[in-house]
Design a protein around this ligand. Sequence first.
Ligand code: HEC
Length: 171
Amino acid sequence: MHGSNFLQARLIISALACAAVPALSIAADVPAKSSTNPPNNVQIERGHYLVTIAGCNNCHTPNYIAKGGKVPAKDFLTGDKLGWRGPWGTTYPTNLRLYFSEITDVQWIQVAKTIETSPPMPYFALNAMTRTDVLAIYEYIRSLGPAGEPAPKSITTDKEPPQPYVQFPMK
Ligand code: HEC
């Protein structure tokens, strides 16, 4: 949520705040899979904030850590080919831009509250979030639209993964 559109949207929201008007949508080009109310800028802004402070980009955006977060927004959350290898095998951060284009908000709430993945995904952080925050993350990531390729499939412990990968202790 950068630049003048966002600023303009905020101004409109504050101008209309006391009139209880329907939510604004800036995600009109995203397929309508959301089954509750249309997203609004407050939700999208909150989702952006949460994704930033919860560090979702750290793993789900290529080069995000290495470049101190200075990665073009078009690459945000497009998944990564950097593997994470340990006693669980080798896992790859999912392309969340594609993932969120194929899931409804109701499904996502269910997933976020119950999901258990292999490491290093901090699924327990998602499980601990409020429904409101989980929904805000949904609306933010969907507002970015689908992009990129699916991440590689996870690899079992017995197989040597291709480079590059992060190596955890094997016991
Ligand atoms: C430390 C790295 C790391 C961080 C931080 C991280 N993830 Fe993940 N995430 C992963 C990996 C790796 C996987 C794949 C896990 C597996 O294959 O079991 C994953 C999987 C997921 C999945 C499951 C997708 C599927 O294919 O079923 C979701 C949803 C997800 N992450 C969302 C998030 C969100 C939202 C955040 C921020 C709150 C986040 N992740 C932070 C590494 C991370």
